[in-house]
Design a protein around this ligand. Sequence first.
Ligand code: PLP
Length: 449
Amino acid sequence: MNMQANTGNLKQLDQSHYLHPFTDFRDYAQHGGRVFSRAEHIYIYDSTGHKMLDGMSGLWCCNLGYSQPSIVEAVTEQMHKLPYYNSFFQCANEPAIELAKALVDVTEERFNHVFFTNSGSEANDTNLRLVSRYYQLQGRPEKKHIISRKNAYHGSTIAAASLGGMKGMHDQTNGLDYIHHIDQPHWFEVGPDEEPGEFGLRVARQLEQKIDELGEANVAAFIAEPVQGAGGVIIPPDTYWPEIQRICDERDILLIADEVICGFGRTGKWFGSETYGIKPDLVTFAKAVTNGFQPLGGVMVSDKVADVLLSKAGEFTHGLTYSGHPAAAAAGLATLKILREGNIIANAADTLAPHFQGRLQELVDHKLVGQVRGRGMFAAVELVRDKASREKLAPESAGAVFCRNAANELGLMVRQTGDAMIMAPPLVSTTEELDNLVDMLVQSLDATA
Ligand code: PLP
């Protein structure tokens, strides 16, 4: 069978049998999508040979790009040595133990314990279980309400989707009734008539209002990403996080930082919490911890929470067959080694990010651009029909969809969220490659205008 026939056949099989996540099933069955065949450095190739610069690091996970032989070798070696054993019932495996220690070493001093899952969604489910155990052990089971934010994405299991604040997901999910949502700190969308600093304080104080409404004795935790990623790379005003931190400290509720996207260098430091001076009690991680090469997530547990969890006997009745999977843990260890020894995060923060953000700022004068926002290797370009009124480009985001499709055709993988083009290029890109990314984005904007 020649390559062309094989490709055609695969596309047919894909459309006939495969239900894809976050996809319109009927549309996909009719039109199909792009099948990817291989990748190298920061480039992905589809089955027709079309080469694309991956401006999204996969799904925000391949921060080191696609050519990392030491991760592949570590996984292969581990698969030969011990391909599986569980970590339930007084058992452990070597790479999972070593990864726990490596994660403790790269997080702030308050974090000395980790619980492993396979994904960010499961890690956020785990957060709910850990939080409820934490309060039960203290004889405060009524502290069960969780506050999150509108338009947040925290995963796709029922609990994670409930934690998230995306309307489209809530419309299709019977969410948990003890989870509540306040506004997101999205100045461009929610508060354009206010001074950004004032806006940041006002939306942060909604947390205090929600705690009062529910009763402090009933509220367990607040969860948020340092920078809301899938929601549209929403960069909070500088006033926002200090006020949230003050409220969590004064009001006796736990702070959960979801670092599934922000973690491992994306915002310029190891974790977004460090970039924004946040002191979370629990940290959700996944994705870039293994450079996306193996499924692994988890929760970093601060001493404040761990001290309570370890204070009394009794089993924590929660876990996943693949919690701390040896091959995934080996991938995590190899990834952290590259991040630590390759000066990747500092180089991205000091050299790549200023260049990338500087080039993107050149787009503010483009007639379709309402706002350019970003931090580190993380950015969004908000499209508008009218700069002054911020009128949206087109109903149902057709303009941004058009722009994204144009970029894809040119050879740039970017994502569209609402009316924003969002980007998270690998931290191993070169400045020339970032120039190329921005040049292709400009061409896509010109084609949309
Ligand atoms: N939390 C955040 C902030 C995410 O962006 C995601 C996924 O994109 C998740 C959680 C869920 O992670 P996973 O897809 O690994 O379940």
